[in-house]
Design a protein around this ligand. Structure first.
Ligand code: PLP
Length: 492
């Protein structure tokens, strides 16, 4: 019997409904059972469709965690999946479109990705006519790889153009070694504050190396913020090329590296010294949907001017609540992007109305991961996205307010003003002994899930509010009840 899409989707839907949405994590025995059911060897004769369906639905599915079903999964900024995105995602697999080259005579797929990116630019107020280089990626890590690859291409060539006699060596053509030698560059530095771990990986991949990072924090108290004087001192150093990487926002605190006025100054410095500006706004870019009302003033201030950058990283599978994996990348330097990521060297330049994606990013063959994004953006619109983020911030702040008022917990970073809290709450237990086990004690009831992290050399807990299922009253009460339970268990 062929698989009926109808039956297939209704089976998945009924399983999703059966799974208990009151907990964020499945019972441990369910995970153990699922893992034990994984066969060690490939069958010579396949088990058949009916058996594999039964195995996956009955054995494996109960072992999945539930970021998509629970409103209280606060790990990793995982987002959730909106219903419109889920619907579209089923179709992506059902029709298996390849968005590699723009083929207007053969499929509308390429035009859909272009439309999704334009809608996204409108949502985030990213000028379409300025940011002509745009692509859907597999996530912020690959967007960061694109950003550093372009930054490297630009900054080294720019150093070459500024020397006597000038030259414009291309890393994409010559490799880092030879291009640096021609440009008179000894080293490329990436100047930043508290970069996300994926940026180190990106630097490794694009041949700059993890040691090329130089962090320039304003102070121990505000390590996520740029010290602009230190920035200029580094930019002035002779024989170096520079990428400035702005964390907007920083993954542990949700804070923004520079104010609007500071981003303007960073732009002027970059122009003066020939540096490239990359913004890692995996979840921070979403803040561009907010209105500059008093409650959101400092957040808006931190994200308002980032369109002055050369390249922008964003994640759709985080706050835009589409399924994994879906990130995006915007740059003002389309020609440079095509020079670095050119796939088919015989057709330079790519002059199609919509530039082909295989000349813009890492992959050749690509899934139509734009469709869930397209679907969700159109189904819900601008106002819904703004109100959702407002609710997420409100929940984060109400949890932060409870922690601030608690004698047992400490809100981080110290001296946090609630008006600066975005959708992340960072905190620890005041008792060192409890703090060591705090994450596992919170997650033990499996009702809600938090991530552990490090802050100032000690363990800390991070609550990242990111799902569309957020309900401020219900979830705030649930989180507070769980934290109180941890304290109560200690006393018992
Ligand atoms: C999540 C995140 C990344 C990595 O994104 P993936 O989508 O997991 O590849 C990069 N930067 C920041 C700030 C993030 O929050």
């Amino acid at each position: 019997m062929p698989l009926s899409l109808n039956e297939f989707i209704s089976t998945i839907e009924s399983r999703r409904n059966e799974l208990d949405s009151q907990t964020a994590l499945p019972p441990i025995p369910a995970i153990a059972h699922a893992e034990a059911s994984l066969p060690r060897s490939l069958p010579e004769i396949g088990m058949g469709l009916d058996s594999i369906k039964k195995h996956i639905l009955d054995d494996l599915l109960p072992g999945f965690n539930k970021p998509n079903l629970s409103g209280n999964y606060y790990g990793f900024i995982i987002g959730g999946t909106t219903e419109a995105a889920l619907f579209a995602d089923y179709l992506v697999s059902g029709f298996d479109q390849n968005v590699q080259t723009y083929m207007p005579q053969e499929t509308v797929a390429g035009a859909i990705e272009d439309a999704a990116l334009r809608l996204l630019q409108q949502l985030l107020s990213i000028e379409e006519s300025e940011f002509l280089g745009k692509i859907i990626t597999t996530g912020a890590t690959s967007s960061n790889i694109l950003g550093l690859a372009l930054g490297r291409e630009f900054a080294i060539a720019e150093a070459g153009r500024r020397k006597v006699p000038p030259s414009s060596p291309s890393v994409a053509q010559l490799g880092v070694f030879k291009a640096c030698a021609e440009a008179g560059v000894r080293k490329v530095q990436i100047l930043t504050t508290l970069p996300h771990s994926s940026l180190y990986k990106a630097a490794s991949v694009v041949g700059l190396g993890r040691n090329s990072f130089v962090t320039l924090p304003l102070s121990d108290e505000e390590p996520w913020r740029f010290d602009l004087d230190a920035l200029e001192r580094h930019l002035k150093l002779p024989g170096l090329a520079h990428i400035i990487s702005i964390s907007a926002g920083e993954v542990n605190t949700g804070r923004f590296a520079a104010s609007q006025e500071e981003v303007v100054r960073i732009r002027a410095l970059a122009d003066k010294y020939g540096a490239w500006i990359h913004v890692d706004g995996a979840f921070g870019l979403q803040a561009r949907v907010l209105n500059p009302d008093p409650a959101h003033k400092s957040i808006v201030d931190g994200i308002q001017a980032i369109h002055l950058a050369d390249s922008l990283t964003g994640d759709a599978h985080k706050l835009l609540n589409v399924p994994y994996d879906c990130g995006f990348f915007f740059t003002k330097h389309l020609a440079l992007q095509q020079a670095v990521f050119q796939n088919n060297a015989s057709v330079i330049p790519d002059t199609s109305v919509i530039p082909s994606a295989h000349n813009l990013g890492i992959e050749n063959s690509r899934r139509l991961r734009a469709l869930p994004l397209y679907s969700s953006l159109l189904a819900y619109g601008r106002v819904w996205h703004r109100e959702l983020l407002e609710r997420q911030i409100e929940l984060a702040r109400s949890i932060a307010a409870y922690i601030q008022g608690s004698e047992s917990f400490e809100l981080l970073p110290r001296n946090t003003d609630l008006r600066d809290v975005y959708m992340i709450v960072l905190f620890r237990a005041r008792s060192t002994a409890l703090n060591k086990e705090l994450v596992s004690k919170i997650n033990a009831s499996r009702v809600m899930y938090v991530s552990g992290t490090q802050w100032e050399g000690a363990p800390a807990v991070r609550i990242a509010v990111s799902t569309w299922r957020v309900d401020v009253q219900r979830d705030s009460a649930r989180v507070i009840a769980e934290l109180e339970r941890v304290l109560q268990d200690l006393e018992d």
